[in-house]
Design a protein around this ligand. Structure first.
Ligand code: SF4
Ligand code: MG
Length: 324
């Protein structure tokens, strides 16, 4: 297995107390595989990814338990300089907002080239040639000319392609993309997502795709892990989830995807808000919003029940949900 997160716990110290952002998350992704991590904001999906990248464990955030195995080594046991070299060369992250991730005063060619100068000891000239090659690779037209331009001279979609090029530069084994298309128009979203999926296949990378939008991952993900209140509430192969969700929260997310055949109908929305992480509800954290909740849900935390060999659901009533 390329990456295995085991029973990860992360807390944040705030003025009002300790926010439990990640509460025992386990997931895995192999080379050539795409795992979509789905959830509303505050579900812990980004925080988990930041812990994997090693860009989290500093105040006020604190990893309080678990393991992060990358190619069999526990990253949480590495020294900071070892950690940094894994982060630089073996895993890369793509963020939602390319404009704030790119340096506004450096040409994109210089930023792409920098990766090769710093990590591969290339000359400026060779690094520039590599930058053009990468821009071609992510299908930025007229790369040879545009390599001299600055981030603000590119459209949102093109900037996101540049981010993908940066992430790919050192051919990492794992890419984590955190809402990579959320800021883009729907048509551009699909193009960027297709490109990412294509490159992932070609380079046989592991890809973790973090999103709040179940609609964008259907065609690209192998597995989906649905997060709620810092836990995984359902984990399954993508087709199983679309056929029949085994958790009411997943069902709610599915029902809130706009569908072409239901144009004009009012879109379903899960009622209520995600919980405050300072005061996670007892029992099943989803119970205040769950249309299927029973008394037991208010007192007993559901474990991740084994629905099948490849599927788990943290719902006491997963059978009823599956057959609803
Ligand atoms: Fe709903 Fe109960 Fe299942 Fe939680 S355990 S999702 S409250 S039915
Ligand atoms: Mg986020």
């Amino acid at each position: 297995m390329l990456l295995e997160v085991r029973d990860l716990h992360v807390e944040f110290r705030t003025r009002d107390g300790i926010a439990k952002a990640v509460n025992g998350v386990s997931y895995a992704v192999d080379a050539g595989e795409t795992l979509a991590v789905l959830g509303e904001s505050g579900s812990g999906k980004s925080v988990t990814a930041q812990a994997v990248m090693g860009i989290l464990d500093m105040p006020p955030g604190r990893i309080t338990g678990g393991e992060i195995l990358f190619k069999g080594r526990d990253l949480l046991k590495l020294k900071e300089d070892q950690r940094r070299s894994v982060r630089g060369a073996e895993m890369a992250m793509i963020f939602q907002d390319a404009l704030s991730s790119l340096n506004p005063v450096l040409s994109v060619g210089d930023q792409l080239g920098e990766m090769f100068v710093v990590h591969r000891g290339m000359s400026r000239k060779d690094a520039r040639a590599k930058a053009v090659e990468l821009m071609d690779r992510v299908r930025i037209p007229a790369a040879r000319e545009r390599v001299r331009q600055y981030p603000h001279q590119f459209s949102g979609g093109m900037r996101q392609r540049i981010m993908i090029a940066m992430a790919l530069a050192l051919e990492p084994a794992l890419i984590i993309a955190d809402e990579p298309t959320t800021a883009l128009d729907v048509t551009v979203q699909a193009q960027v997502m297709d490109l990412l999926a294509e490159l992932q296949r070609e380079y046989r990378m592991g890809l973790i795709l973090i999103t709040h939008d179940l609609g964008v991952v259907a065609d690209v993900a192998d597995r989906i892990a649905v997060m709620y209140a810092g836990r995984i509430v359902e984990s399954a192969p993508v087709h199983d989830i679309y056929k029949a969700p085994a958790h009411p929260y997943t069902r709610g997310l599915l029902d809130s995807i706009p569908r072409l055949d239901q144009k004009g109908q009012e879109l379903y929305a899960i009622k209520g808000l995600p919980p405050n992480l300072l005061h996670i509800p007892p029992g099943c954290p989803f119970h205040p919003r769950c249309p299927m909740a029973q008394d037991v849900c208010r007192t007993d935390v559901p474990p991740l029940y084994e629905v099948s060999a490849t599927r788990g659901s943290a719902c006491h009533f997963w059978r009823e949900c599956l057959h609803a």
